[in-house]
Design a protein around this ligand. Structure first.
Ligand code: ATP
Length: 360
């Protein structure tokens, strides 16, 4: 059977990425089509390392190409990934592909717990991840990463003092808590904290990152404004519990991101403490903070519900002991891993809506 590169390209242009709802060729996801005697090979570049559709996409490609090359030809498909970005050539942090703000309306809903586990889960999936703890009222990330007593180092880069983030569990991190002892954090005033946050963008060596997560203070504050005025933010994630008072505040937080002066796309909502589960009886679910509050909020604003995290004693213990729950395995870890996958997909979908791809 004879065929050319054009035939293979045509075949692959019938295969859609199920999330992005466009074909792999016009998305620029197929590279290096090679034909040799009895063999055809090509590379599929997925938009997230933890793509749950990897096997389906691989099989769809094989099926499409098989129709063109017949049964005798060997088909070699290399699956790889490259996280997409709308920040190419950005003046600040050009090596950072996506900047994600994690916010909540109310304090104590588990925003820092979700952020730290998300960061580690994304890193586990093979992504390059950074984390800025900008929560001046309760910078808890150093505790959750067991590096309370560490200090980021300062290095001279091109004659300029540059902050080198700490690295823990595969995540590069800087916390506003490193700059002030935990018990004095409350005296931080907006302008001081805002200039510290700016410095984390302008004077830190983040290198190349797929995702830089920002753990924001609860509610709305100067810090939120500083963030959106300093760097273009890819999107925001809102963490809430299902409880009525938390939802009311999450509503305000979400509305803030949608305001025209802020204008940050909301990637979705995370419902934390969605239900209580005793670790020894994981199939038992008790909806102690109410049910579906996060889902109803997501429906109201037509944004995705990215995931639901149960209230589990182990999650609290892991936060306090400095070893994020996602590293310990079990249902809680899986909930965070699923959440990370869904968020990464949502970012890829958002980016694909805006990126114009060159054909392969
Ligand atoms: N899913 C969960 N299961 C059990 N405990 C949790 C869960 N999520 C958070 N917690 C616990 O709830 C407390 C508050 O969580 P966390 O510090 O993450 O909230 P927060 O929203 O970041 O708070 P703030 O922004 O006000 O500092 C912590 O003790 C944490 O360990």
């Amino acid at each position: 059977m004879s065929f050319t590169q054009i035939d293979i390209t045509k075949a692959l242009s019938t295969v859609d990425d199920p999330d992005l709802k466009r074909d792999l060729i016009s998305l620029g996801m197929v590279k290096d089509i090679k034909i040799s005697t009895g063999k055809v090979s090509f590379t599929v570049v997925l938009t997230t390392p933890a793509c749950p559709l990897k096997e389906k996409i691989r099989q769809d490609c094989e099926d499409a190409v098989r129709q063109v090359v017949g049964e005798e030809t060997e088909i070699d498909i290399f699956m790889t990934s490259s996280v997409t970005s709308l920040r190419d050539n950005a003046p600040l942090l050009p090596g950072v592909k996506n900047i994600i703000a994690i916010a909540s309306g109310k304090g104590g809903v588990g925003k820092s717990t979700v952020t730290s586990n998300l960061a580690v889960a994304l890193a586990q999936s093979g992504a390059k991840v950074g984390l800025i703890d900008a929560d001046i009222y309760g910078p808890s990330i150093p505790t959750m990463f067991n590096c309370e007593h560490e200090q980021p180092s300062i290095k001279q880069v091109n004659g300029k003092n540059t902050i080198i983030p700490i690295e823990q569990y595969g995540v590069k991190l800087i916390s506003i808590g490193f700059l002030a002892p935990p018990d004095s954090a409350i005296v931080w005033r907006g302008p001081m904290a805002s200039s510290a946050l700016k410095q984390f963008f302008t004077d830190a060596d983040w290198g190349d990152l797929d995702y830089l997560l920002i753990d924001l203070p609860p509610g709305t504050s100067d810090i939120h404004l500083t963030l959106v005025q300093t760097v273009p933010v890819t999107g925001a994630v809102i963490v809430t519990t299902p409880q009525k008072v938390a939802i009311a505040d999450a509503n305000k937080g979400l509305a803030m991101f949608k305001q025209s002066q802020i204008n940050v796309p909301v990637l979705g909502i995370v419902q934390n403490m969605a239900y209580f589960t005793p670790e020894e009886l994981p199939e038992n679910k008790y909806y102690i903070f109410g049910k579906d509050g996060g889902k109803n909020l997501a429906d109201k604003y037509s944004v995705p519900l990215l995931g639901e995290i149960p209230l589990v004693q182990g999650i609290r213990e892991s936060g306090d002991s400095g070893l994020p729950a996602v590293l310990k395995g079990g249902p809680a870890a899986e909930a965070f891993q699923d959440l990370a996958q869904t968020l990464a997909r949502q970012i890829a979908i958002r980016n694909a809506e805006k990126i114009t791809y060159a054909s392969a």
